[in-house]
Design a protein around this ligand. Structure first.
Ligand code: HCA
Ligand code: CU
Length: 380
């Protein structure tokens, strides 16, 4: 299995998220953090978009990061020229190949797409830059159309071809089939996959693509992007950590929380509650059955070790579902030595109290201290 390059598109796809507006300083800080974490590619917008964008792209290049900076560029002469005038490592070209995009977006036929892309690819290669060509909306494109365009662009010298699921329609099995087919037909180039999350399959589809032969996986921080976005960086890292840990050897995953928090703050949002690894409660355990097992051995209910990500596990005690083991553990951590019978009574008291609403950690601690102080006067 090829080592996957992770392409982070927070500064391009992520800027298409409705809540995003990064300042230059934020763009630079995000690029630095992505580089420190170790992503292979940082995708940036097309420099032709505006003078400010052009300056931002160049400023990111001037950071001289280890991550390669690639510009997302339409297959148009002026767009390619503007990108080549910056110091980007490479150009990620794209062209819509589905009937929908050909009819309602750019209006070109398949032969025309190939005809326009080929000289631009040659030009980029002659300029000594990396070039990738993506068939936008690949999963609603006719297979013969896809192969027609890919035959031409591979022949022209692209180093990767991209298969974006632009509208998030694909299932993991469809991704597996298409990526396998393309990988066996074009062994001389890499394959990039970009999965939108319209039906919640972005992470699953991206991992399916990797396992089928894709060697470049597109992500953004927290999955932000058009509509409800694409696969999240932390989601893909969590899957690789479990199933392909050797592929993460060069990554510093202890900075994921800092990055997600930084982007969330820049967007004035909180990290979504269901984000792999970085959600505020991704390592919080609640029900008595769970907490007992986790306190004995975290492996019981955790497949990710929070310590590896610089995160501290949390065992919740203040709910109606709490259990003796967790309560006893908390009492000990507060310095109280209780008998088994006392722990049972304390647990019962917390459960009853929590029926009026869950207790925070501080409230639980106060409750235990008060209970202990009054213990002498209690009759069981
Ligand atoms: C877009 C579309 C895109 C491109 C992906 C790619 C998509 O916003 O321009 O170039 O591989 O989802 O198809 O993000
Ligand atoms: Cu996209």
């Amino acid at each position: 299995m090829r080592s996957p390059a992770i392409l982070d598109s927070t500064l391009r796809e992520g800027e298409q998220f409705i809540k995003t507006f990064f300042t230059l300083e934020q763009r630079l800080n995000i690029a630095r953090l992505l580089d420190q974490i170790g992503v292979t590619f940082i995708e940036v917008p097309s420099p032709i978009a505006s003078p400010e964008t052009r300056e931002a792209v160049q400023a990111i290049c001037d950071l001289h990061l280890k991550s390669h900076v690639v510009a997302h560029v339409r297959c148009a002469e002026a767009d390619v020229q503007a990108a080549l005038e910056t110091d980007v490592y490479g150009l990620n070209l794209f062209f819509g190949t589905s009937t929908e995009l050909r009819s309602f977006s750019h209006g070109r036929g398949i032969e025309q797409i190939a005809h326009e892309a080929v000289p631009l690819i040659r030009r980029i290669r002659e300029a000594g830059r990396y070039v990738r060509f993506s068939a936008e909306d690949a999963f609603r494109s006719d297979l013969v159309d896809l192969l027609t365009v890919f035959d031409a662009v591979v022949d022209a010298g692209v180093e990767r071809i991209g298969l974006p699921d632009t509208v998030g329609i694909a299932t993991p099995r469809q991704v597996d089939r298409l990526v396998s087919l393309i990988a066996s037909r074009y062994p001389q180039v890499g394959i990039e996959f970009h999965g939108h999350n319209d039906t919640g399959c972005a992470i699953a589809n991206t991992i399916a693509a990797y396992e089928a032969g894709a060697d470049c996986l597109d992500v953004t921080v927290m999955g932000i992007g058009e509509r409800n976005g694409i696969a999240s960086l932390s989601g893909i890292i969590s899957q690789l950590y479990i199933h392909h840990p050797d592929q993460l050897a060069t990554y510093d995953v202890t900075r994921l929380v800092e990055l997600d928090q930084y982007v969330a703050d820049s967007l004035n949002i909180t990290i979504p509650y269901n984000m792999p690894i970085t959600a505020p409660n991704a390592f919080t355990h609640r029900a008595g059955v769970h907490t007992k097992a986790v306190l004995r051995n975290p492996n019981a209910y955790e497949i990710l070790n929070p310590t590896d990500f610089g995160i501290v596990r949390h065992v919740d005690v203040g709910s109606r579902f709490t259990g003796r083991y967790a309560v006893g553990h908390r009492a000990v951590s507060l310095g109280f030595q209780l008998t088994a019978e006392e722990v049972s009574h304390l647990t019962q008291a917390i459960k009853e109290h929590a029926e009026a609403g869950s207790l925070s950690d501080d409230e639980v601690n106060t409750f235990i201290r008060d209970w202990y102080a009054e213990k002498g006067s209690l009759v069981w």
